[in-house]
Design a protein around this ligand. Structure first.
Ligand code: SF4
Ligand code: SF4
Length: 199
């Protein structure tokens, strides 16, 4: 949603991921997910000076977090980060403040990118609540990654990230066919948590 925020050291640059990937549902403007906004022209907002309030105010997690590397900008990393309100997190993760949800827009390669995997590893070590989603459903990553963080096993953590992503994709595709699938999905995640070395 193209913006420069004077109090932040960064700008959106060439990125317009949120103008494509996100659902917008406000009284003045609605947009379905995964569809480029009708106002997006040549990679830029065609109504920039009169764009909607939601567009003027929205900041993705990368824009909100100056400590994030430039390489983690959504269009470069394939991961669109969204802040998760502290109050909506499980109690154990609230002391660390707001959480973060990672919407995968760049496929499996994005998940295993070193900068992203390192960032997730660091957040889990700080007890920040983090979620992974492809579209729906989403999975809280912390319980699955904590054993690897405790063992300082970054490679193992990357394998878990990849596996959770694959499960999310499989679960999302079949959603609506079998009511059992979310249940099976949770069982598989639970197996990963209990026996991480079998991945
Ligand atoms: S109106 Fe402009 S800023 Fe808002 S979603 Fe569309 S292209 Fe992006
Ligand atoms: S996803 Fe973030 S960096 Fe990209 S256009 Fe939207 S606010 Fe800017």
């Amino acid at each position: 949603m193209k913006r420069r925020v004077s109090s932040l050291a960064r700008t959106c640059g060439e990125c317009h991921a949120c103008c494509v990937e996100l659902t917008i549902d406000t009284p003045e403007f609605k947009k379905d997910p995964l569809i480029p906004c009708a106002h997006l022209k040549g990679g830029r907002c065609g109504i920039y000076n009169t764009r909607f309030k939601i567009c003027r105010e929205f900041l993705c997690g990368w824009m909100l977090s100056p400590e994030l590397k430039d390489s983690l900008r959504p269009d470069l990393s394939g991961i669109l980060m969204l802040a998760v309100a502290q109050a909506s997190l499980p109690q154990a993760y609230r002391p660390a403040g707001n959480g973060m949800q990672f919407l995968v827009i760049g496929g499996e390669a994005a998940i295993t990118g070193a900068d992203f995997a390192d960032y997730v590893f660091e957040q889990v070590s700080r007890r920040v609540g983090v979620y992974l989603t492809a579209t729906i459903p989403r999975a809280m990553l912390n319980p699955y990654l904590e054993p690897f963080v405790a063992a300082n096993d970054r490679e193992g953590a990357r394998r878990v990230l990849r596996e959770v992503y694959r499960l999310l994709m499989a679960s999302g595709k079949k959603k609506g066919f079998l009511g059992l699938l979310p249940h099976l999905y949770r069982i598989q995640l639970e197996k990963m948590r209990i026996k991480p070395n079998r991945l």
